[in-house]
Design a protein around this ligand. Structure first.
Ligand SMILES: C[S@@+](CC[C@H](N)C(=O)[O-])C[C@H]1O[C@@H](n2cnc3c(N)ncnc32)[C@H](O)[C@@H]1O
Length: 332
């Protein structure tokens, strides 16, 4: 089948691409005419759009500095990491904690191919081409398994990404699946578009630009953004305008303050007995599941692999068992 929008290398250069539009807004060079035209339309609708995306990067910088410093986090999973920018998460984290390990996940092949250059930064960094809506695939990816130890706290970053996941793709279930795989002391950081402040109908103008792009924009209300943090304890000051999240004194925001919402939360310590009970009943990790695995395929389980799915991919328990205390590590 012919694909008229695809140029050399099979890249669709004619459809504005959300990663490359963002790159252009940040002053990057990894973009095509269609991306630049879309970015120009965004800037016509929201004159301080470039400032807002710089503020988003500044938010990520403050969060990573806090996590790698005060919070002692040494592993980062950046979901929808985007094209390499001026100061990337691994550079920010390793400034504070030189041994920090970072895996970038993006489903855009162009981001992935450019991101390979990051590998030159050393074996503590990887770029994975995967869809964040499939936590099973992301967390089972060999590069994630190589760099991220799920028995230790992890910081999951979803900056300017979840608003590209529509409700029908169940973003709350997706985030809950990551959450349930994180040990206590892990963190979730999010920035997200909202319609709370929209005096001139700018949000609709932005949505209509993205309607022509590689992914559509789905802004959410403050309560709906807060909902992503269910099961976490929000750090002060909560889900706020991102420029107001622990701002650096003397550094004013580059764009309007009331633009994107941002927040950071920590997976709380849980009661060991509750977790053991939950592990015991869990369909994949619990004692009943272990007994079924020992028994092999039988009535009601005929044809199902002991672990993993029908495609032969390992189940979560597969790599958790390899990774030491794993699920029961929650109770430590
Ligand atoms: C606006 S950029 C944000 C980049 C970076 N997180 C930041 O805030 O600076 C959004 C990124 O999310 C990626 N993305 C969108 N949907 C995704 C999905 N389902 N799985 C993985 N990446 C996704 C896009 O390809 C793009 O690179």
């Amino acid at each position: 089948m012919s694909q008229p929008n695809r140029g050399p290398g099979g890249i669709d250069t004619r459809t504005p691409n959300i990663a490359r539009i963002y790159d252009y807004l940040l002053g990057g060079k990894d973009n095509f005419a269609a991306d630049r035209a879309a970015a120009q339309r965004l800037m016509a609708a929201v004159p301080d759009m470039a400032g807002i995306v710089r503020d988003n990067r500044a938010f990520i910088g403050r969060v990573v500095r806090y996590l790698a410093g005060e919070a002692g986090i040494r592993q980062f999973l950046d979901l929808g990491g985007g094209l390499p920018a001026q100061l990337n998460v691994h550079e920010m984290a390793q400034r504070t904690a030189p041994g920090a390990r970072v895996v970038y996940v993006d489903n855009d092949p162009v981001v992935w191919s450019h991101g390979q250059a990051l590998l030159a930064s050393g074996d503590q960094v990887a770029m994975v081409c995967a869809d964040l809506r499939k936590p099973y695939d992301v967390l089972g990816h060999p590069e994630v398994l190589r760099l991220i130890d799920l028995a230790q706290p992890v910081a999951v970053i979803c900056a300017c990404t979840l608003h590209f996941v529509p409700d029908q793709d169940e973003p709350y279930r997706v985030i809950a699946e990551y959450r349930d795989r994180l040990v206590p002391g892990s963190y979730l950081a999010i920035t997200h578009g909202t319609r709370e402040e929209d005096p001139d109908g700018m949000v609709d103008a932005v949505i209509s630009v993205y309607r022509q792009a590689s992914a559509q924009l789905h802004v959410r209300s403050l309560p709906d953004i807060q909902r992503f943090f269910d099961g976490f304890d929000l750090l002060d000051p909560g889900v706020v305008w991102m420029a107001e999240w622990r701002p650096d004194p003397g550094i004013p925001p580059a764009g309007r303050i009331r633009s994107l919402r941002g927040g950071v939360a920590r997976r709380p310590l849980a009661c060991r007995s509750a977790l053991l009970a939950r592990a015991s009943n869990h369909p994949r990790y619990g004692r009943r599941a272990a007994r079924d695995r020992r028994a092999g395929p039988g009535p009601g389980r005929a044809g199902q692999p002991a672990r993993g799915d029908a495609a032969g991919r390992p189940g979560f328990s597969g790599y958790h068992l390899r990774r030491g205390p794993g699920w029961l590590g929650y109770g430590r």
